[in-house]
Design a protein around this ligand. Sequence first.
Ligand code: PXG
Length: 300
Amino acid sequence: MEPVVYLNGKWYPKNEAKISVFDHGLLYGDGVFEGIRVYQCLVFKLREHLDRLWESAHTILLKMPMTKKEMEEAIIETLRKNQFRDSYIRVVVTRGVGDLGLDPALCRRPTVFIITDKITLYPDSLYQKGLKIVTVPTVRNLPEAVNPSIKSLNYLNNILAKIEGKNAGCKEALLLNHQGYVAECTGDNIFMVKNQNGTQGVPLLLTPPVYLGALKGITRQAIIEIARDKKIAVEERILTRHDLFNADEVFLTGTAAEVIPVVNIDGRTIGAGKPGKVTGVLLKAFHALTRQDGVKYQIN
Ligand code: PXG
């Protein structure tokens, strides 16, 4: 059975779900999106993703053409129609179809589509061995320009960084902000663990504050909450590459990657050069959460 795609209130077979070349999402990258995971018929953090989508839309002055409840129903119905229990959901809202010209007033109504698909994940071996990443020359978008908190269809900043990372033989790339502080990776937030001397090696978990130029990741937030539950101290702190190089553990978080260890940054070995203990504890707890927390649906 060919999967169906939701487009503006209707469902179409994957190959027939088409939008106009005059859609401003395509012409100008004028729109917003979300990437959501489904685990065993549980849509993980759906409300949080919808809240973020609505916030992104509000900031770009795009009026959502439906309610959150209607969006939730459209997502669930798409999953049901496709009989997917585990999936990756991509929700996209563009400014809509309009004549050429930047003015959003040219577009009568937003285009909404929902793709449910399989997700390409990092291979298992990388979770065992850890990832090698590099800092790339492309800096993260200025918060005063297109704020990285907006999950917008303008991903060129991240794509350029991704290409530079790949050219250096890495699957993920680290972006600094315009001041040289650690921001995030192309599709993942970053964390470090520092075992503190004098406190029996109690670990401290650190991640940059989002105002430095990062997306407020939903996986990031889940990890912060899990860590607090486990009485692991967490702080949002300004971080430099030096801080990362001298961390005991580094890991990335994101909807696709979940929690993936990083063992080398710019040629420097991180900690023991293998995935760390705290990372393992957090990944395990995150997996458990994905299997118990979420909006549940049934397929016949
Ligand atoms: N930073 C950036 C720039 C991202 O794009 C994250 C961090 C992690 O956020 P979440 O909320 O996922 O924990 C992202 C997430 C895709 C895709 O289709 C992109 C993301 C997530 C899932 C799929 O490319 N970006």
